[in-house]
Design a protein around this ligand. Structure first.
Ligand SMILES: C[S@@+](CC[C@H](N)C(=O)[O-])C[C@H]1O[C@@H](n2cnc3c(N)ncnc32)[C@H](O)[C@@H]1O
Length: 185
């Protein structure tokens, strides 16, 4: 069955400052991202997390932000320009299946997949592509919305990650989300 993709106009709500009251991008990302890193963000939407990723990687780093909807990427590019962070963010349109990241093989230090895995048509292929793009020891923060995604569906996602060489190194749960950090051995 086809999975439903978050409509582009919801992208505006997802970047609302009110969201920071329960999901603060700086606090969530700071433990994982440092100066000079290469970061991949599949399903970036209009960039609620992307701008903070760009601040954390600094002048020497870069963020590759991927989305399946051109209007999400247009919104992100507009916000990035306004924030003076356009130079650090490269936006890419996702392919029908899989990530457009073959050129990044073994180069990504950290990836963020926030509220996106349940929307993907081929989750196994997604984790295989992520594994390919990460350097050894590279990490992925995967967060899924509770309620929308059941505990058992989340466990199935993690099994697909593990089958593709990405192993759970830590887990957390909040009222709104399930999260894990996956690591490439
Ligand atoms: C619920 S939104 C979350 C956006 C962002 N991560 C956030 O937390 O604000 C999910 C995003 O994933 C994108 N998406 C869905 N399927 C995708 C695919 N196959 N490849 C890349 N992005 C996809 C949607 O277009 C949407 O922008």
């Amino acid at each position: 069955m086809a999975k439903s993709v978050c409509p582009w106009w919801l992208g505006c709500f997802l970047t609302s400052p009110i969201r920071r009251l329960w999901q603060n991008p700086k606090e969530i990302l700071r433990p994982f991202v440092t100066d000079g890193m290469t970061v991949l963000e599949p399903g970036c939407g209009m960039g609620f997390f992307t701008l903070e990723l760009a601040r954390l990687v600094g002048d020497q780093g870069k963020v590759v932000a991927v989305d399946i909807q051109p209007r999400m990427l247009q919104g992100l590019n507009r916000r990035a320009r306004r924030a003076g962070l356009g130079q650090r963010i490269e936006t890419r349109l996702a392919e029908e299946k899989g990530l457009p990241t073959r050129d990044l093989s073994g180069q990504v230090d950290f990836a963020l997949a926030f509220w996106v895995v349940h929307e993907l048509p081929d989750v196994e292929r997604f984790f295989a592509d992520l594994h390919e793009s990460l350097r050894p020891g590279g990490k992925v923060l995967v967060t899924e919305p509770r309620g929308h995604v059941s505990q058992s569906s989340f466990t199935e996602e993690l099994e697909l990650a593990s089958r593709n060489g990405l192993h759970v190194s830590s887990r957390t749960e909040t009222r709104s989300s399930f999260s894990v950090v996956l690591e490439r051995a």
